[in-house]
Design a protein around this ligand. Structure first.
Ligand SMILES: O=C(O)[C@H](O)[C@@H](O)[C@H](O)[C@H](O)COP(=O)(O)O
Length: 243
């Protein structure tokens, strides 16, 4: 499990931007397209802005990149909480990505219907092959959730390959999330985690006793590569050898 640990948040972002570009170029050269599931929250915003700017902007055939969402809040696409809105503002609009290349969750539907529709959208895109994302970007909450796989929620045990609705007690709100089996079909998964407030979660997920109820990100074990892009603050609880 390659572990990329950098000294400062901006070095982490450039490391992941370079990895994203390399993955995209290889997928497009090999299969004619690159499918990526974007993570939400705050951490990836600067990564998206970086990818949409020089030098990375010119290094990818963006018209062959297809954007999905690892999870989405149950809000309209114009809502400040929307992961789609954040990605559109930081990445998709600056790169002038065509709507046909972007697959948002239809949050105009009730959560369960939105999840079912998203599963169908994903299956249709990859058909007749299995749904295998070239890259899944993930963040990590300080409670060890990733995507919207939150501690002590039924979706942690969902063996289906698709999207599911989940009611998040601590947020008192529904979210739609890709299931762990779907995320784990990916050719590559990259976590982007920085900040001291995540150090305990990083250590628990990477080295703690297995307990997916408490530390859902432990569910992430992709068929392909798994990379952690951490700054020193987020890696602080790891033994020196691991970083
Ligand atoms: O929709 C979301 O919020 C994300 O998918 C979520 O899993 C996020 O990655 C973590 O909560 C970390 O969020 P921050 O990067 O904001 O700390």
């Amino acid at each position: 499990m390659p572990l990329h640990v950098h000294a400062a948040p901006d070095a982490v972002l450039h490391g992941l931007a370079e990895y994203f570009v390399a993955q995209a170029r290889a997928a497009i050269a090999g299969r004619g397209r690159f499918s990526v599931a974007l993570s939400g929250g705050n951490s990836p915003k600067k990564l998206y802005e970086l990818l949409a700017a020089a030098p990375y902007r010119a290094q990818v055939a963006w018209d062959k990149v297809y954007f999905f969402f690892g999870d989405e809040r149950n809000v309209p696409p114009t809502d400040p909480e929307s992961n789609y809105r954040m990605a559109r503002e930081a990445l998709l609009d600056p790169l002038d990505i065509a709507d046909a290349q972007v697959f948002p969750v239809d949050t105009s539907l009730p959560p369960a219907a939105a999840a079912e529709a998203y599963t169908r959208t994903i299956q249709a895109f990859f058909a007749p092959e299995d749904a295998v994302f070239d890259l899944v970007l993930l963040g990590l909450g300080d409670n060890s959730h990733t995507a919207s796989l939150f501690p002590h929620t039924p979706v942690l045990h969902d063996t289906s390959v698709g999207a599911r609705e989940v009611f998040v007690e601590e947020k008192q709100a529904y979210r739609i999330t890709l299931t762990a089996p779907l995320l784990n079909q990916a050719r590559a998964v990259a976590f982007l985690v920085y900040g001291a407030d995540k150090a305990a979660a990083v250590q628990q997920v990477m080295q703690g006793a297995r307990n997916v109820e408490e530390f859902p990100a432990q569910l992430i074990a992709p068929a392909g590569e798994l990379h952690w892009f951490l700054d020193m603050a987020a890696a602080a609880a790891l033994p020196p050898a691991a970083s």
